[in-house]
Write a protein that binds this ligand. Sequence first.
Ligand SMILES: C[S@@+](CC[C@H](N)C(=O)[O-])C[C@H]1O[C@@H](n2cnc3c(N)ncnc32)[C@H](O)[C@@H]1O
Length: 329
Amino acid sequence: MTALRLPLALESGLALPKGARVAVFAPRVGASLSALRDAPVHVITTTKPDYDYFAGLGYACNTAPEGRYGASVVCIPRAKELARALIAQAASVTDGPVIVDGLKTDGIESVLKSCRKAADGVAGPINKAHGKLFWMDPAPDLSAWMTPGQTEIEGGFVTAPGVFSADAVDGASQALMAELPETIGGHLIDLGAGWGYLSAMALSREKISQIDLVEADHTALDCARRNVADVRARFHWDDALRWRPEALADIVLMNPPFHSGRTADPKLGQAFIRAAAGMLKPAGHLWMVANRHLAYESVLSEAFGELREVAGDNRFKVLHARRPSRARR
Ligand SMILES: C[S@@+](CC[C@H](N)C(=O)[O-])C[C@H]1O[C@@H](n2cnc3c(N)ncnc32)[C@H](O)[C@@H]1O
């Protein structure tokens, strides 16, 4: 945890410029920034639940840096290309030290190796609590690590580094769309919409009147705005577990997230299923795809009156549930 490693670094020679703004890139829900309590902290995150958490604690939050900072702390994400791009971005807006922190399971050791190759004077690391923290002072020029931002993949879709299925359309999402009837219509919700593949494909059905894309990752949603250029689409940068539609919908489509950090965690997908049931009309439908090994059926049977597996193989299953139970209470 940054909260444990940062105080040790401050005792080991890391100096934060007095009174200067400190940018903290990509901290996650629950992370403590207490070691920075004397500095004006600016949290920079593109993930809505993280943004809401730190804004709720009273931190100034934004999705991108604003102006220059006296120091930066980068909490590395698991995707290495994204981690390096964040460090490069931090270095480009920081006049003092760039501090990099992360867990071994998120690849901090390989990020440390890359930094040592690319920059002189990497200090630390502080090893504690299954992670490492190191710093570069002054901030080096790492512009070679900047990513091009949005890029086009096969099919003409726009994606960005670090978003789900950044390099190619996901096979499970494709399987879901192959099963979605051509005749469906009305108001759809694409829950955890990513860069918009499901919506882009669903909108070929003319009877669809509105589609709400709900996505926690700002970067992915920006891609979706380009991939789903259709007047029927509405874009919501929000937490699917908290967002509510203005009116109950006819259909929810989803390939729910199945990771929390590095480990597969069915609880997030199960929470998506309950949230979906709460967004649907009494006769509403849920169409979803999931990894075969994830146990969603019992939650689906609790939350819906009818459930059937419509397709699948040994890797994933396409599920169709109808009549949310909430509506029958
Ligand atoms: C497995 S991906 C599916 C993306 C897209 N629907 C597709 O089929 O390609 C799950 C998506 O859910 C998003 N996500 C994770 N947690 C979320 C939350 N609490 N609220 C909204 N979206 C979330 C992730 O950022 C990711 O884009």
